[in-house]
Design a protein around this ligand. Structure first.
Ligand SMILES: Nc1nc2c(ncn2[C@@H]2O[C@H](COP(=O)(O)OP(=O)(O)O)[C@@H](O)[C@H]2O)c(=O)[nH]1
Ligand SMILES: [Mg+2]
Length: 314
């Protein structure tokens, strides 16, 4: 494979090249390093919006509606559907494919699902790489849909500029969206399926929860949006809130801060992985196992770590 030409094609927004590059991310391919180096200088323009929430709340429906609204403005949009649990899917999930059908022939829209189970770091490792590819390919907005089960919604918030946490009435999700941790990562809370009973109460509950959080003056207060994505209702409002948050991030300096924190985590992740690799290289697994046996049976873990690290300096 000619990495240079792949990079060139990604930068030109060539979809097949974008697809190939993201596959290389999924496979954690050795060429990735060179690809990342080639793309890095061309990133930082896309705004990254994460949508998360429990299965069935309407993330894909909302994403599709947002794509439509963004396209109406002439923005080019990429959708990355991250499935943290499934093995490689190699394309959009069936239900999502149906929902995204109306965008299938639009050259300004690119939809891709990505599985992250293949790699040790999972989502946290793969997401920055995949987002870098889409950013470099010139999409002005990248929507990341991820199923919010447990840690996932908190993870995705680490990679997005704006995180939208969705919930829907009648699924116990109003409460779930208000859970500690989830409330902390939400820049915007959206109650979908406003056509259903209990939607108003869910909105009210969330507003109350948001109001109870202490904030510094000038700090962003997450708005609670009510919508019925299936009918397109409230979608314009959601997009407006996303725009406001983008503007807030820019004017307050929080955007730079978030991106710096993100870059730092990525550097640390790469460095730690490399360190683990070198440790295994220098000592061999047998030595590490022997030390581990010692520690497991009462040995000093700090001393063992020092022994291991000392060999790297030499
Ligand atoms: N009643 C109602 N159903 C909706 C709405 N939005 C989505 N749905 C339905 O909820 C189900 C799950 O939607 P989907 O977007 O796949 O949810 P996801 O799992 O969060 O991506 C589908 O059957 C949708 O048609 C809505 O605004 N109102
Ligand atoms: Mg979905």
């Amino acid at each position: 494979m000619d990495v240079g030409s792949l990079v060139e094609r990604v930068l030109n927004g060539d979809r097949r090249a974008v697809a190939r590059a993201i596959s290389l991310v999924e496979e954690s391919a050795p060429q990735l390093r060179e690809i990342v180096a080639g793309l890095a200088a061309h990133t930082g323009r896309a705004r990254i919006v994460g949508l998360t929430g429990a299965p069935g709340v309407g993330k894909s429906t909302s994403t599709s509606a947002l794509v439509k609204a963004l396209r109406a403005r002439g923005e080019s949009v990429a959708v990355l559907a991250v499935d943290p649990s499934s093995p490689f899917t190699g394309g959009a999930l069936l239900g999502d494919r149906v929902r995204m059908q109306e965008h299938a022939t639009d050259p300004g829209v690119y939809v891709r699902s990505m599985a992250t189970r293949g790699h040790l770091g999972g989502l946290s490792w793969a997401a920055p790489h995949a987002l870098r590819v889409l950013d470099a390919a010139g999409f002005s907005a990248v929507l990341v849909e991820t199923v919010g089960v447990g840690q996932a919604e908190i993870d995705i918030a680490a990679h997005a500029d704006t995180t939208v946490v969705l919930s829907a009435p009648g699924m116990g999700d109003g409460v779930q969206a208000g859970k500690a941790g989830v409330l902390e990562v939400a820049d915007i809370l959206a109650v979908n399926k406003a056509d259903r009973e209990g939607a108003r109460a869910a909105v009210r509950d969330l507003r109350q929860m948001v109001a109870q959080v202490d904030r510094e003056p000038g700090e962003w207060k997450p708005p609670v949006v009510s919508m019925a994505a299936a009918d397109g209702e409230g979608v314009a409002d959601l997009l407006e809130r996303i725009d406001e948050h983008t503007e807030h991030l820019r004017s307050s300096g929080a955007l730079r801060e978030r991106r710096r924190a993100r870059a730092r985590r990525e550097i640390e992740g790469i460095a730690v992985e490399e360190l683990a690799r070198r440790l295994a290289d220098v000592h061999g697994h047998a030595t590490l196992d022997k030390l581990a046996d010692e520690v497991a049976t009462g040995g000093d873990p700090y001393a063992a770590a020092e022994t291991v690290l000392a060999a790297l300096d030499g």
